[in-house]
Design a protein around this ligand. Structure first.
Ligand code: ADP
Ligand code: MG
Length: 314
């Protein structure tokens, strides 16, 4: 459906995207994930044909975006970052205006505009000025704009940024609903976001593609991490040499020093050994008081951090 092939984007000598390639199949909801400045918006702007890559190519349904931009663009509904809307129009006027711009058949326009307003949950506010809407509703209006012209592909740049938790849940449901009959690419710098709605996640950092996989597989990739986190009181500084006492301990790292003089460490074990019992017995013997101990559970958050760290070392 969408193929991004060896895309590089340079701004002067700055490389915003570095040889990025991926494929997206029809009907998927894809999350483009990465910290701020990773290159998410740049990637989306290139897929939509809004900016040109320095190198590489994009095809949409087999149509080359650079060679036949008009045809390729017809398949794409794009919601850029933020909410660049026409504040002095009502919701209905705005969607209708978008329909004019996208040359939706005049006879069908009224009905199609009404359908989009209905499906994005904007019916009650359709005659209100956009400027008077809440941030959540403005985001919906922006999405309605992207839906005009019945594109097969929806590209949503940070659709939940700036929304409150309730609005986020609502927008998420809306995206899921739209995902049933669209291919959706959305970007986010928040993991929980993409893990909940996306079939696949593309992680990018500093312009480089780091991973592309399902949220579950990404978690599994780092699931063999058997670290244990302990918060201890250790007046005699026994933690310094604790690693030598037990062969199963591979690594001890100080994570933070609390104001009450307790310290938090991460302790990594060899292989699949569960260190908790060993730590409990050893620390008691050494006079180290454990305030808290927990096994690291692998969340997508961990996967993300680990992949970004590994990617950065390359
Ligand atoms: P993201 O959307 O992941 O936050 P962007 O794609 O917006 O990241 O930006 C990627 C990098 O490219 C950033 O370092 C940004 O400062 C830089 N960048 C983006 N647009 C331009 C531009 N027009 N000129 C120069 N640098 C840019
Ligand atoms: Mg961005």
């Amino acid at each position: 459906m969408i193929e991004v092939k060896n895309i590089t984007k340079k701004y002067g000598s700055f490389v915003a995207l570095d040889n990025v390639s991926f494929k997206i199949e029809k009907g998927e909801i894809i999350g483009l994930l990465g910290p701020n400045g990773a290159g998410k918006s740049t990637t989306m702007n290139i897929i939509t044909g809004y900016i040109e890559p320095t190198e590489g190519e994009v095809t949409v349904d087999g149509i080359n975006m650079l060679k036949r931009p008009k045809k390729a663009k017809r398949e794409i509904g794009y919601m850029p970052e933020g909410v660049p809307l026409y504040y002095d129009l009502t919701v209905k006027e705005f969607v209708n205006y978008m329909a004019e711009l996208k040359k939706v058949n005049k006879k069908e326009r009224k009905q199609k505009v009404a359908n989009i307003i209905e499906s994005t949950g904007l019916k009650e506010v359709q005659n209100k000025l956009i400027r008077n809407l809440s941030r959540g509703y403005k985001q919906r209006v922006s999405m309605a704009g992207a839906l005009v012209g019945e594109p097969q592909i929806l590209i949503l740049d940070e659709p939940t940024v700036g929304l409150d938790p309730k609005q986020i849940t609502e927008i998420r449901s809306l995206i899921k609903k739209l995902g049933k009959n669209h291919t959706v690419i959305l970007s986010s710098h928040i993991l929980s976001e993409v893990s909940q709605i996306c079939d696949k996640v593309i992680i990018i950092n500093k312009g480089k593609l780091i991973a592309i996989d399902t949220p579950n597989n990404l978690e599994d990739k780092v699931a063999n991490d058997n670290s244990v986190y302990v918060t201890v009181e250790d007046p005699e500084n026994k933690m310094e040499n604790i690693k030598e006492k037990i062969p199963e301990i591979k690594e001890v790292k100080l994570i933070l020093e609390n104001e009450d003089k307790t310290k938090q460490y991460s302790i990594k074990g060899e292989g699949n050994v569960d260190l908790r019992k060993i730590i409990f017995e050893l620390f008691a013997k050494e006079g180290i008081t454990i305030f808290e101990m927990k096994k690291a559970d692998t969340t997508l958050e961990d996967a993300f951090m680990q992949l970004i760290e590994e990617g950065g070392e390359k």
